[in-house]
Design a protein around this ligand. Structure first.
Ligand code: FES
Length: 135
C-alpha cells in the first residue's frame, strides 16, 4: 500500500491504492484546506469555507514534493484552476491560483489519487505578484 508523507505535519500514513488524498488526509486529522492567502482564514477554510472535495474552491492545494508520477493526471477541474488565465489590469494575465514556479507539482488534494509513495507539503505559499513585484 502506498505511503503518503506530510512534511509540515511530520506524519506518514498508509493508504489504499487509488485513494483520494484529501479524504485520507482528513482521516488522519490533517486538513489540506488553507485560506486563499496563507494565514488568513486558514482555520475557517479547514472546516467550513471550502467546497468539501468538489474541486471548485481551490483551497486544498498541495505541493507534491516527491512522487508526482505516483498520482493521477491533472483533472479537468485542476486544469481549469491552474492553467487557465483570467484577464487582469496587470500587464500579463495570471493563472487564478498563481501557482507560478510549481507548475509540475501543485495539485488539488481532493482531485488527487494516490498510486504510490508520495511526499506532500500542505498549504504551500503562493506568489500572487511574481518574483519581481518590488523591483
Ligand atoms: S476542497 Fe475545494 S477544491 Fe478541493
Amino acid at each position: 500500500m502506498p505511503i503518503v508523507k506530510f512534511v509540515k505535519e511530520k506524519k506518514e500514513i498508509e493508504v489504499p491504492d487509488g485513494a483520494n488524498l484529501r479524504t485520507e488526509a482528513l482521516k488522519a486529522g490533517i486538513f489540506t484546506n488553507v485560506g486563499f492567502v496563507n494565514g488568513i482564514g486558514r482555520s475557517l477554510n479547514s472546516s467550513l469555507l471550502n467546497c468539501h472535495g468538489l474541486g471548485l474552491c481551490g483551497t486544498c492545494r498541495v505541493l507534491v514534493t516527491k512522487g508526482i508520477e505516483n498520482t493521477n493526471k491533472l483533472t479537468l477541474r485542476e486544469w481549469l484552476k491552474f492553467k487557465t488565465v483570467v484577464p487582469t489590469p496587470l500587464p500579463d494575465p495570471v493563472p487564478p491560483l498563481a501557482y507560478v514556479g510549481h507548475e509540475d507539482t501543485m495539485r488539488l488534494a481532493c482531485c488527487t489519487q494516490v498510486h504510490g509513495d508520495i511526499e506532500i507539503e500542505t498549504g504551500p505559499e503562493i506568489n500572487l505578484f511574481g518574483e519581481n513585484f518590488f523591483s
